[in-house]
Design a binder for this molecule. Structure first.
Ligand SMILES: Cc1cc2nc3c(=O)[nH]c(=O)nc-3n(C[C@H](O)[C@H](O)[C@H](O)COP(=O)(O)O)c2cc1C
Length: 176
């Protein structure tokens, strides 16, 4: 399994980033992870620019998605919805249809009952681009700021175990 991890937060010591770092740190033998780190470099989506040659950051985004077996999103909610930067990333995937049929899931690290607006939007957009949402792997695993260790992973053992628990849920559906 080649798993791509996409974070919607730029914040230092981000809880969303820590959750993805923990998934990465618990990668089972035989699987690999990659992080998309070009979120800030993506230009504001413009259909006129969605032609070859694509802007470099967009070409990079599309190639890492294409090379992955599945994609995990982890994003904060701002003002009731997903961050504009993440929606911008998703807009750049429409033209390339790189998420069509791609197994995708998310981790919600917000406190119980929080962050739901962002996830509802993510579900809508992933549905629109015909991604293959793996429902069992869409997990609510609250991560508090004091759970983040100096190495940028979650050190709270029960939460770390729950985050690592996403791997067995990521088996690629037969129809992909
Ligand atoms: C400007 C701003 C707006 C926010 N709006 C919401 C919101 O609408 N709903 C919510 O649940 N949290 C909201 N939050 C809280 C963040 O989503 C929360 O702090 C999150 O854990 C940040 O993720 P991070 O630790 O990965 O940076 C907001 C935070 C900021 C700074």
């Amino acid at each position: 399994m080649q798993l791509l991890l996409i974070c919607g937060s730029f914040r230092v010591n981000s809880t969303n980033d820590a959750a993805l770092n923990t998934v990465r740190a618990t990668t089972p033998a035989g699987s690999r992870t990659s992080r998309f780190t070009g979120l800030a470099e993506l230009p504001a989506f413009n259909p006129d620019a969605d032609v070859e040659p694509l802007p470099r950051p967009v070409a990079d985004l599309r190639s890492v998605i294409t090379a992955s077996d599945a994609v995990i999103f982890c994003t904060p909610e701002y003002a009731g919805s997903m961050p504009g930067s993440l929606k911008n990333l998703l807009d750049w995937t429409v033209g390339g249809t790189v998420l069509a049929g791609k197994p995708a899931a998310w981790l919600n690290v917000a406190a119980p009952g929080r962050g739901l607006g962002a996830l509802a939007q993510l579900r809508t957009v992933l549905g629109y681009v015909e991604a293959n949402i793996i429902e069992p792997a869409c997990l609510d695993v609250p991560v508090q700021r004091d759970m983040v260790a100096a190495d940028g992973t979650v050190e709270h053992e029960p939460t770390r175990t729950r985050l690592a628990g996403i791997w067995p849920l990521l088996s690629v559906p037969d129809n992909v």
